[in-house]
Design a protein around this ligand. Structure first.
Ligand code: GLC
Length: 814
């Protein structure tokens, strides 16, 4: 810790000079950012080394969280906060004429994830370190993150997200810890001393090089590791012959084909991608990750037979499910264990979280692709399938249908969720309703067979990033009112309820929201040149664009409200600003048309002076962690309107709640538990229940066309999409119109009337300022349950059996 400003100043200037050869006056904001980041790294370097040493020497159980996505966002601000120096350094920097926020904005967002699943993994890392748990992340160091979204002429355009362009300040390349991963080739076996020995010939060998990123706990000296793997050519493997013969293109092609494995994150979170490269990425991740874990384990522990006692591997959805056959392969082919020994260890080591029931997201891989790309892995899966099916046969003799529905390999596909269930000791869903749907519906046969494996772990978010850092004024008010205990025990936020009738407190809350909204409005004005009314309701719908999330329902209501306002400019309503943000998968045509609809509405409404600014519509480009940190503190209304049963949990809903926004939502995902916490008076619930939705599905859906025929209001509204009244070619939104009237798979029309009514209720509630402030308070006070600290404690106790490890007070190298 620097004793005073002088010491800090000297260190900072020294850093600028040695890194960039510049004085303070000459240094650019980026130079200053990198200098400060290096100071943070030095600050924690000792604690990082000590944490690792401690874990190795004490031999406590280690947990590795395998995920194809880690949406970590920016790290400087969060790291300063967790170290506990943010406000002091901010002040000292200001004395040097430097705005810390500006430096933070210099950092590129590490967008190594699509949405909720990847951001959950990032929140989990923060909670693991803050709870002093020996848990680490394992992922891929994609050179390009999720695409950068631009809106051009109202359409989404995708640009590469070159987040590593200027390097990453937090990673450390550990070349000496690289491992080799093999693809393709042929596998043959021979018997040696009564044992089968497998040989893998003519494989393509890829070098997996780890880059470690420190994960700093909240003021506790724990520094865990997020290890991201990068694909490189094995030196001697480089096509030297081609190169020497002058065939440079061929040589480079080879290099590129290897490096492409960690080149780009698939910008798709819902559709099955039949691409070999994706399968390669999945195997690359699990093989590199497991090899390094086994190597480290063997260095310190005696017998590999104790592996499951000392290690838990968590697979975040099915993308890393090949950890199951890969661990079997390592234990048998490299460690010489028998099939049964390896199987005992594997199924007691791996735990699996399911994140969605959308059928198109349940991964399956064609047998022929897997067989040729991963011959040994496929052999193991085949054997697992054989043993599992014969096991099933002895339980359910003759029940072919059931067995076929549970087989790992069926219809020439490898079913990854089945593999994950069979090879794990724990399977959890991410909210109560989601887990129940898994048990009773999507995985009911598995639940019948393995009831003891299934459990629920409702998601959470880190309150440190999403409240303490994102909303400093609110955090200060809370701390001043109830002490800082809530930072360590977020459930303590409930003591805020004692201020429910305290006019001064409610007033203060109101002021903070107002300031956050003004700041946001200024940012919008600077970036887009659009003026929004800070006293209007900020009604926010931010998340991936997907039909089941029903941005279309929101857009239809906006269109209807606008039409009514045109007909009656004196319509009584609180002015509203509708804020959208989110990316659509590049190949998801319908979702992209929804963006175009929203931007079209924005263009019409924002430029119509006859409605006297009562409505504004924004579609903010390039939704990211950093943008989210600005939006949540400024939101009044949180749109959580997915078709009931479809959103496994949602985590945006929790971030809004924690920042005092009121949810308008369906009884879906974690909305149900938010409702349970805050009660009927502090949330606006509407629409079909999951049961009703599922009943419709079972009976072949409903007939939207009949509904439209019998409902003049709906008919008129839908006509506006296709009758030329919007300033786009007449057929532009035909696809949206058709999807609604022909099948309406996500019940937009069926829920529409209830949604409009719920929105009118919001309007009424907002008019009563004191009532609204109480609702905000109730949401904040009940949000403690949704801290990922609670979630991670439940994983640690209920699944991993991992205990906290206290490192000691060493977070001060200077
Ligand atoms: C997926 C689900 C979402 C959930 C998230 C984290 O993105 O669609 O509902 O919140 O995973 O579990």
């Amino acid at each position: 810790m620097f004793t005073d400003w002088q010491a800090f100043r000297a260190a900072f200037l020294n850093q600028l000079q040695s890194m960039h050869g510049k004085s303070l006056e000459e240094a650019s904001p980026e130079d200053k950012y990198t200098a400060l980041a290096v100071m943070v790294r030095e600050y924690i370097s000792n604690a990082w080394v000590q944490t690792n040493k401690h874990y190795e020497n004490k031999g406590e159980k280690q947990v590795y969280y395998f995920s194809i996505e880690f949406l970590i966002g920016r790290l400087l601000g969060a790291n300063l906060l967790n170290i506990g120096v943010r406000s002091e350094w901010e002040k000292w920097l200001a004395e040097l004429g430097i705005d810390l926020n500006q430096l933070e904005n210099e950092e590129p967002d590490a967008g190594l994830g699509n949405g909720g699943l990847g951001r959950l993994a990032a929140c989990f890392l923060d909670s693991m370190a803050s709870l002093q748990l020996p848990c680490h992340g394992c992922g891929i160091r994609y050179k390009y993150g999720l695409f950068e979204q631009k809106i051009l002429d109202g359409y989404q355009v995708e640009h590469p997200d070159n987040w590593l362009k200027n390097g990453c300040m937090w990673e450390i390349r550990k070349f000496d810890k690289a491992v080799q991963v093999k693809f393709g080739g042929t596998v043959w076996s021979e018997e040696k001393n009564g044992k089968l020995v497998f040989h893998h010939d003519n494989a393509q060998t890829v070098l997996a090089v780890p880059y470690d990123i420190p994960v700093i706990g909240y003021q506790n000296s724990t520094v865990n590791t997020l290890r991201l793997w990068s694909a490189e050519t094995v030196q001697e493997d480089f096509d030297l012959l081609a190169f020497n013969q002058g065939n440079y293109v061929k040589a480079v092609e080879y290099k590129y084909s290897i490096e492409s494995i960690s080149e780009i994150l698939y910008p798709d979170d819902s559709h099955y991608e039949g691409r070999v490269l994706r399968l390669k990425q999945q195997y690359f991740l699990v093989s590199a990750g497991l090899q390094s874990i086994v190597r480290r384990f063997k260095k310190k522990h005696g017998s590999i037979l104790d592996f499951a006692e000392k290690i838990s591997i968590h697979i975040n959805d099915t993308h890393p499910a090949m950890a199951i056959p890969e661990l079997m392969r390592i234990l048998m082919d490299e460690e010489g264990l028998s099939w049964n020994e390896a199987w005992q260890i594997t199924k007691n080591t791996i735990a699996y979280t399911n994140h969605t029931i959308l059928p198109e997201a349940l991964e399956k891989w064609p047998v022929d692709i897997m067989k040729s790309l991963l011959p040994r892995i496929f052999m193991i899966i085949e054997e697992l399938n054989k043993q599992f099916c014969s096991h099933l046969w002895s339980h359910y003799p003759g029940d072919w249908q059931r067995i076929a529905s549970m087989a790992i390999i069926a219809d020439n596909y490898v079913h990854m969720a089945h593999l994950a269930v069979v090879g794990s000791y724990s399977i959890n869903g991410v909210a109560k309703i989601h887990t129940n749907i898994l048990k009773q519906d999507v995985m009911k046969n598995f639940y019948h067979f393995y009831p003891y494996k299934f459990n629920n772990k409702t998601n959470g978010i880190t309150h440190r990033r999403w409240l303490l850092k994102a909303n400093p004024d609110l955090a200060r008010l809370i701390t001043n009112s109830i002490s800082p205990s809530w930072i360590y025990y977020p459930q303590y936020l409930s003591t805020l309820l004692r201020y429910s009738e305290d006019a001064a407190f409610l007033e203060a809350l109101d002021k903070i929201k107002e300031t956050n909204k003004m700041n946001f409005a200024n940012w919008v004005h600077n970036k887009y040149g659009i003026t929004i009314d800070g006293s209007s309701i900020f009604d926010v719908h931010v998340k991936r664009i997907h039909a089941y999330k029903r941005q279309l329902m929101n857009a239809l209501r906006i269109l209807e409200l606008y039409t009514r306002l045109k007909e009656n400019p004196n319509l009584e309503m609180v002015p509203r600003t509708f804020i959208f943000a989110g990316k659509a998968a590049p190949g998801y045509f319908l979702a992209k048309r929804v963006i175009k609809l929203i931007t079209t509405l924005a263009a019409v409404i924002n430029n119509d002076s006859t409605i006297q600014g009562k409505m504004k519509v924004l579609f903010l480009e390039n939704y990211s962690v950093s943008l989210a940190e600005m939006i949540f503190p400024a939101a009044d209304v949180s749109e959580q309107i997915s078709t009931a049963s479809k959103e496994a949990s949602g985590t945006g809903n929790m971030k809004f709640m924690m920042n005092g926004a009121v949810t308008i939502g369906t009884l879906d995902g974690a909305n149900i538990e938010i409702h349970e916490e805050v009660g009927d008076d502090n949330i606006v619930i509407f629409g079909l229940t999951a049961k009703e939705v599922m009943n419709y599905y079972q009976n072949g859906g409903y007939r939207p066309w009949e509904l439209v025929q019998s409902d003049t209001r709906l008919r008129k509204l839908l006509d506006q999409l296709v009758n030329g009244s919007l300033p786009v070619p007449r057929e532009e939104f035909r696809v949206l119109y058709d999807s609604l009237v022909n099948s309406d798979e996500f019940f937009v029309l069926k829920d529409y009337a209830a949604y409009v009514e719920a929105q009118e209720k919001i309007d009424m509630l907002y008019r009563d300022n004191s009532r609204w402030n109480k609702m905000c308070l109730s949401n904040i006070a009940h949000s403690g349950k949704f801290s990922s600290d609670r979630t991670i404690s439940e994983y640690a106790i209920g699944i991993w059996k991992a205990k906290p490890v206290v490192i000691g007070d060493i977070l001060e190298p200077y």
